[in-house]
Design a protein around this ligand. Structure first.
Ligand SMILES: [Zn+2]
Length: 199
């Protein structure tokens, strides 16, 4: 191949990368990921993908929680950008389990913040939380397995997500550096003779 031909190939590849949305090219794995923003959750390593090199649309927020903006993003990528699979990753020792919502609300109130009158979206000034709703909006949770399983069910049944999109949920164990399914801790099967089935 001449250098000119080589450069032409490189240019074409770069052009189709840069114009992916215009050309209706989905991400490489046709994948949308919702994951916690926590610095101990390495999304690419956990999934064996290169989300930062075109493999997926990766959405991260506090907790890896299905919020209104998560639904907005998932709706767009599944209905218009060719995504066919959703993976939700929550993780152990998540900061969202480190306090209860009322404690945080009280702390904000002590800073003089009026939590009952906070604007949430610059384009929707009418979108305000009703009195007392702020603590639910923070979305602190008690059990990472339960929240993960519940989120999968919610997304699977959401009217804005096409029924043929595959949805799964996983827990990243920060203490082991491995993924597991909700409610399936391997450690519980190895620590006692009862767990190992000794008679
Ligand atoms: Zn977290």
């Amino acid at each position: 191949m001449s250098l000119q031909q080589q450069l032409e190939v490189g240019f074409k590849a770069h052009e189709s990368w840069a114009l992916r949305r215009q050309l209706r090219i989905p991400n490489n794995r046709r994948l949308w990921v919702c994951a916690c923003m926590d610095e101990r959750l390495p999304v690419d390593e956990a999934l064996g993908i290169r989300g930062d090199r075109g493999d997926a649309h990766v959405f991260r927020n506090a907790g890896g929680l299905i919020t209104d903006d998560a639904i907005r993003s998932a709706m767009l990528t599944c209905n218009f950008f060719g995504t066919q699979e959703i993976v939700i990753i929550n993780h152990t020792e998540c900061g969202m389990m480190s306090a209860n919502a009322e404690t945080l609300v009280n702390a904000l109130k002590q800073k003089g913040i009026d939590v009952d009158n906070v604007q949430l979206d610059p384009a929707l000034p009418e979108l305000r939380l009703g009195k007392g709703a702020f603590s639910k909006w923070i979305k602190m949770f008690d059990d990472v397995d339960a929240i993960c399983a519940a989120q999968v069910e919610y997304v699977r049944n959401h009217p804005l997500i096409p029924k043929d999109v595959a949805v799964s949920g996983w827990i990243w164990e920060v203490e082991t550096g491995h993924l597991r399914k909700p409610h399936s801790r391997v450690s519980e099967k190895v620590n006692t003779s009862t767990a190992m089935g000794a008679k």
